[in-house]
Write a protein of this length. Sequence first.
Length: 450
Amino acid sequence: MKRMNKIFGRAICLAAVMGMGFSLVSCGGKKADAKGTVRFLNFKPEVADIYQELAAAYEKETGVKVVVETAANNSYEQTLVSKMATKEAPTLFQINGPRGYANWKDYCQDLSGTELYKHLADKSLAITSGSGVYGIPYVVEGYGIIYNKALTDKYFALASKAVSYSSMDEINNFAKLKEVVEDMQKNAKELGIDGVFASTSLKAGEDWRWQTHLANLPVYYEFKNGNVDLASDATKKISFSYGKNFQNILDLYLNNSTVDRKSVGTKTVTDSMAEFALEKCVMVQNGNWAWGQIAGVSGNKVLAENVKYLPIYTGASGEESQGLCIGTENFYCINSQASEKDQKATADFIYWLYSSATGKDYVTNKLGFIAPFDTFSDSERPTDPLAVEISNWMAKDGITSVAWNFTLFPSQKFKDDFGGALLKYAQGTKTWDEVAAQVVDSWAKESSAN
C-alpha cells in the first residue's frame, strides 16, 4: 500500500509523552484545544446503532465529540482507504492482524504507553513490531461445535445406544466424536431430530463457517507443527498437509445432517441456526455470537443452560488437549497522521470504554463483547451461555486454544473459491484430491498477487 501521507502532506513529530500514554505536540505550532474529536470507523454494521448510543453517552459525560461511521458489509478495507484520503480521516480504526498491520503501518501509532494496553490481560494478543505496539485487541471471540446438552443427555440415556460413553465430557478427539455422532444419527427418530448436525450452509456468501473458520484448523496445525514464523513469507505457501483432517470433520457434518449433502448449496447460516434452535438437530458449528441468533428464533426450544461447546476435532495428533478456536481479528489502531489532540482524545475514549462503569456496561451488555482486559470483574463479563463457555474453555488446565490463523489467508477470492470447491465436493462433482490441489495452488497464486 502506498504511503498516504503524501496525500495529507502533513508532518507530525513526537515532542512529549503524557496523559494516557502519549500526547503529541504539533510541529506546525498550531495551538491545540483542550479537547479533540474522536472519529471511529466501525467494522460491524450489526452494532452500528449501539455505537451511536455510546458516542452520545461519552459526549454527555466528557464533552468530547465521537463521530461514528460504519462501513457496509465486506467493504471495510476499501472504505478505510477512501476515508483516510479525506480531511475527516478516522482517528480510530481497526486492522485484522499481522497482514492488516503490514498494509497500514504508516498510520498506526505506537500504543505501548497507553492505559488500555497496560490493562490488556494477555499482551501476546497485541500486534507488535520491535518494541512498539500498533494494534490492541478489543474483543476476543471463539467458535467450535455448539451442542444442546438436553439432547445429548437424552441420547446417552438411551438403552439402544451403542457407545460406552455417558456424557459429552468424555469426548475429546475425532474418533470418539465420530462414534457418538454416527450412533446418534441412527437413533434420530427416537431423539426426535432430523439429523445430528444442522445443515452445512454452502450457498455462496453463506459458506464462511467452512472456507474460513473450519479451514483454520488444518492451517493452524500445519503452521504450528512446521514451526512457521507467521510474520514471514513462509506463510505464502501451504502444503495443506492436514487437508484429510478437514475432510474428516466436513464429511461428518455432511453425512449426519438434517439435509442431504447435495442440497447444501441452497442453505444459509440462518437456516442452520434455526434448525438448532428448533431442536431439529443436536449440534452446529458456529461462534459465541450465535447465541443471539438462537435465542431470537421464533419458537426457540433451547434453554440457555443447555447450550455448550465442544472443540472441532479433526483427528490431528494430540488433539485431546485442543480447545476452542479463540482469537480476534479486531484490533484498535490510532491514526498516527491525526492531530495530537485527536490522538489523545481517541486514546482517552477507548480506555474509558473499557474501564468506566458506563463503558463496560456497553461492552458487556449491549455490544456483547468478551473483553480481554483486566479492568473487568467476573460480574462485569458477558453472561450469555456461549460467552461463558468461551471463558470456561480458556480457563481449563492442560487445554490449548486454537489460534486464529485465518487472518493470514491470502485473499477473499481464495476463500470464495475454496467455498465453491467445497460445494462441488459435497454434491459429488469434485473429488477431495481436486479440492486439496486447488487449495494449494490458489493459496500460492493469491499470496503472490498481494
